[in-house]
Write a protein that binds this ligand. Structure first.
Ligand code: 6CS
Length: 312
């Protein structure tokens, strides 16, 4: 039989590399085959999620950035300055976190989804048309964010005017100046040609891009123990691959951008310059609790405990 797996990026982006590794594992170790559907073949992120919930797709990669309305707790990934900047700590967090590997599994299950893996895609940078150093500089700047209520709150707290949009509207929106900025990891700024429509890349250190892979739950529950184990092992193999694949990826992507656009401006905010953005995190955390209540608080507490464990 053939299983269908859709994701939000192209085959050569991080989600595509992950999916290819998973496909290779499944096909080498079983008689099942996997059909991959990259971004653009089945619609936007919201569309592929619907198809996975309906069982038209067996697997879907959707980033929490688009899952916020469906699963409010998944917005925890958008509290700024929560995830570690250090790659090894970050990887260890994703591998060992109880919040991710147990608590979120229950939360996604309520929506008919078997959460199989969450993994980081790289440090988020903000690209804009004009440089900024302070929240004041962002006053009136329309920054596109994924369609996630907490991400909207973050950018309000950062002083900007957040504009939630599906991915397909971002390039054109920047080109026509409907928006003047966006945030994404560096590999995406390069591969999706964000550098063509924005002129300044700013490192604020406020987040790493998280994504999630899940299966349609009735499909997964109906599989034999062997097939379930096969899928879990394939996910582990893909996770191991993707975290190694990402070493130095941001730097390599920046070099490629500079080759194509030597005049690109790159600003790394100093720790002092980051402080007002860091201070905004408290406000965003309070909004998260407002939106998610006791369950959100419990996930956040577990999340922080898991972070502490890897940062010691
Ligand atoms: O910003 C976005 O919408 C997209 N960014 C990444 C890194 N992956 C997929 C997503 O659609």
């Amino acid at each position: 039989d053939t299983w269908r797996y859709a994701f939000e990026e192209s085959l050569t982006d991080v989600q595509g590399e992950y999916a290819k590794e998973f496909k290779a594992y499944i096909e080498e170790n079983s008689d099942h085959s996997l059909q991959l559907f990259p971004y653009g073949t089945l619609g936007e992120s919201a569309d592929i999620m619907e198809q996975a919930q309906a069982g038209i797709l067996q697997f879907v990669d959707q980033s929490p950035g688009f899952t916020g309305a469906l699963i409010p707790e998944a917005q925890v990934f958008f509290i700024p300055y929560l995830l570690p900047e250090n790659h090894d700590e970050l990887v260890s967090f994703f591998r060992n976190s109880k919040a991710i590997n147990e608590d979120f599994v229950d939360v996604y299950a309520e929506k008919g989804l078997e959460l199989l893996s969450m993994f980081p895609e790289g440090e988020v940078v903000i690209t804009t048309k004009e440089p900024f150093e302070t929240p004041d500089d962002l006053n009136g700047v329309k920054v596109r964010v994924m369609t996630n209520p907490l991400l909207v709150e973050s950018y309000k707290a950062f002083g900007a005017t957040p504009t939630p949009l599906p991915w397909g509207e971002v390039y054109g929106g920047l080109q026509t100046n409907i928006i003047q900025g966006q945030e994404n990891p560096m590999f995406w700024v390069e591969s999706a040609k964000m550098f063509e429509v924005t002129d300044v890349i700013t490192f604020t250190g406020h987040n790493n891009f998280t994504t999630a892979v899940m299966a349609n739950k009735p499909f997964f529950d109906g599989l034999s123990d062997d097939d379930q184990a096969l899928i879990r092992d394939g996910m582990k193999a893909a996770f191991d691959h993707i975290v190694e694949y990402q070493r130095g990826l941001g730097e390599r992507s920046l070099e490629k951008i500079k080759e194509q656009k030597p005049e690109i401006q790159v600003n790394r905010l100093t720790q002092a310059q980051r402080q007002p953005f860091r201070d905004a995190a408290q406000e965003v955390e309070a909004k998260f609790i407002e939106m998610t209540g006791e369950r959100g608080q419990a996930i956040l507490d577990q999340f922080k405990a898991d972070l502490k464990a890897v940062q010691q």
